[in-house]
Design a protein around this ligand. Sequence first.
Ligand code: GAP
Length: 447
Amino acid sequence: MDELVSLCKRRGFVFQSGENYGGLQGVYDYGPLGVELKNNLKNAWWSSMVFERDDIEGLDAAILSKKEVFKYSGHEETFSDPLVDCKTCKSRWREDLVVDKKCPGCGSGDLTEARPFNLMFKTPVGPVESEEGFAYLRPETAQHIFTSFKNVQDSTARQIPFGIAQIGKAFRNEINPRNFIFRLREFEQMELEYFVKPGEDESALDYWCEQRLLWWKKQGIRSSSLETYDVPKDELAHYSKKTIDIMYRFPHGLEELEGIANRTDFDLGSHTKNQKDLLLSAQVTENEESTMRLAAQDLEAKTWYVPYVIEPSAGVDRGVLAVLNEAFAVENVGEGKERTVLKLKPHLSPIKAAVIPLKKNKEELVMLAKEIKQGLQSLGIGRVFLENTGNIGKAYRRHDEVGTPICITVDFDSLENQTVTIRDRDTMEQKTVGISELQQLYISALK
Ligand code: GAP
């Protein structure tokens, strides 16, 4: 982990947030290359969920949430970790981190009994702070998918089965954020809520487990680094009938990368009941069907039912850590020398190609390199970087370290013969190609 953290900082992937003020625990900033990698991972997820299928719609709901949403979702009552205080060093720990009734910080045995600590962040809304006037920062993106279910369904005329996908920030006041970007207080999730008829939920859960494992493999994660974990009944979240976790061998151990839960009709059901109560208390004399606002209609039986939902929920930051860890390698390149290389899948690489003029002060070379860069950039595949440092060896080393799949060197032959040298990141092989072939080669290298 230390080598990875150091690479992330040195090359501008991830930094501690507010570092110059000592850092805010559990909060990180993504730097120039980190933001590209993270966006590429999110785009790959979005593409596989929304663009490549015909049964899923997208959503980007608000982060600030009315407190009723998390009251009726059950989070106010149950979204807590048991917390233990050390009376000696005044530190606080999640109960599961306390071994042999000893404080993990100072070793003292003088600990309080465990008590529940709610993980949701509250923030005042409006100019007057009061007990009542607050909103929650959502602890999962899922709830607004449920509360927006009817709006999405009505505006798209979707019939069950269909899904709603969302990527966005979530916030949890974790007691012990740790392991770099693994456990954070501010993080991102990629969540799909896939609505099915009751009775079709169990096969849908199996289907989504398979799909999600395949997707992680497409992001470059080896099968041997993944495992599934059938969460035991007494560890299930309050809404879940069954959950399968996709576990990844992180540098600090085998831990959850994504959870796939059968949330049954728990969420739509509890928001529906609340909606009905609200409508009735406002003395709206609607018939039973129209008060069931979060229900779906069985067109054949002409009855209403609350759909079940299968939820594949993946952490973006854990995904970034997993693909970085998987791609990271230190290789022997002969003569006692080593190189560090990130063998990222090309679609995830922050920089797709580096164009390098052999000499930084040779105007004709730089002009031609700029032209080549613009041509490749206009293909819209991702960031193409003009690397005008004048030191080819260093440029190759830097681009190996940040996972750039190809480097294109512009030299004096380029001016005379209209050729460039392409170097492949993984094999380090170099070949001379005509500039006229470059765009096609670039497209095939990035597939
Ligand atoms: N909507 C369901 C849900 O939120 P979860 O298992 O609590 O379920 C889903 O979270 C995923 O979100 C996890 O598998 C993990 O990848 C990510 N995640 C959860 N808490 C996190 C944290 N504190 N820091 C980073 N990622 C987190």
